[in-house]
Design a protein around this ligand. Structure first.
Ligand code: GLA
Length: 354
């Protein structure tokens, strides 16, 4: 009798663990928010595609919808890569975030100048921005549920509010509200986001908050703020993360974590050469620190499920991450939940343990 009971218990245990490996991040977080991932068109086949389907409920094109890649010449769009990502999302019933309609990086060379190479006027630049946003947003209307409309407009320099980008130099602050208006007109149902980094650092947080407050006050059609969350094992701490979520959501905005990764190195802004003797080994000590950081941030995300409407990782696995090239080229980083063989890391276990 006792033996039979033991056998039955073993069978149940086996079944439950088989079920657990069957479950992906998206299933564990089904009652919270969609868990997403940034993808390139190359990831839409083979083992990475299998992993995306199993683990994720949302995708963001890593580069394919940025202005430079998708709109290389004034009268020419390049749709193939973006279309392929949209088709994959539709086919597998995966939600899609659009990224990014107006940014100072990865812009096409023609956008700020005329045929003679002179800087265009504000009027011309806003018309170009409108054409761009209208064309791209309309093409994917109903297929993209949320757009990063303006990316990283706040300055790195703490004494300034806005970055001195060509957008700002030519248009002043108007380009921000205009970008939201154009996007809203093209797809009134899409949720529109302002997206930025280091939004948990108190100093930058306050300036981003100030900008968002102004936009809300002026009735700009903005729905949310994207916290990029290019974090590390050193930051943010629990209090910084809570305060950022409290402040931004107090404006009546939804919050999405849009580009999550947890670097094993301290954050650096400027690109530099790898220093002599600078190692890039993922030691078990670093693995533990990263696991603790992932555990902490996800427990807070769950607590804030009323305001957080999406959490997206920036890249699929440690096999390929933009942090392998930036800020130190050739220094390997290990910032994600899947290792270089696409296997779940220890941190994964903590993220789904609740
Ligand atoms: C920023 C952008 C992203 C991406 C990362 C680096 O965070 O928003 O699109 O370019 O930098 O990969």
């Amino acid at each position: 009798m006792r033996l039979l009971l033991i056998i039955i218990l073993c069978m149940i245990a086996e079944l439950t663990s088989a079920q657990d490996t069957y479950k992906g991040l998206k299933d564990y977080y089904n009652d919270y928010f969609p868990i997403g991932v940034a993808v390139s068109p190359q990831a839409l086949k083979g083992p990475e595609a299998t992993l995306i389907e199993k683990e994720f409920a949302s995708m963001t094109p890593e580069n394919a919808m940025k202005m430079g890649p998708i709109h290389p010449e004034e009268n020419r769009y390049y749709w193939d890569d973006a279309d392929a990502i949209v088709a994959f999302a539709q086919q597998h019933n995966i939600k899609l975030r659009g990224h990014a309609l107006c940014w100072h990086e990865q812009t096409p060379s023609w956008i700020f100048t005329d045929a003679k190479g002179d800087t265009v006027s504000k009027e011309v630049l806003l018309r170009r921005l409108k054409d761009h946003i209208t064309t791209v947003v309309s093409r994917y209307k109903g297929k993209i549920y949320a757009w990063d409309v303006v990316n990283e407009a706040v300055a790195d320099d703490p004494s300034k509010l806005l970055r001195n980008s060509p957008w700002y130099k030519i248009c002043g602050e108007d380009f921000i509200s205009k970008a939201f208006e154009y996007a809203h007109a093209a797809d009134p149902d899409a949720k529109l986001f302002y997206n930025d980094y280091n939004t948990e650092r108190p100093e930058k947080r306050e300036r981003v908050y100030f900008l968002l407050k102004q936009l809300k006050k002026s009735n700009v059609p903005i729905d949310g703020v994207g916290l990029q969350a290019h974090w590390s094992i050193f930051e943010p701490n629990e209090q910084e993360l809570r305060t950022a979520l409290d402040k931004f959501s107090s404006l009546g905005l939804q919050v999405q974590i849009t580009e999550l990764d947890i670097s094993i190195y301290p954050w650096e802004k400027f690109q530099r050469e790898r220093r002599q003797g600078e190692t890039d080994v993922f030691t078990s000590e670093l693995e533990t620190k990263q696991m603790e950081q992932y555990k902490m941030v996800f427990s807070i995300f769950r607590e804030y499920k009323q305001v957080i409407t999406g959490v997206t990782f920036w890249n699929i696995s440690d096999k390929h991450t933009w942090l392998d090239y930036y800020p130190v080229k050739g220094r390997k980083n290990y910032p994600l939940l899947f290792d270089q063989n696409l296997k779940r890391k220890k941190a994964y276990g903590e993220v789904v343990k609740f």
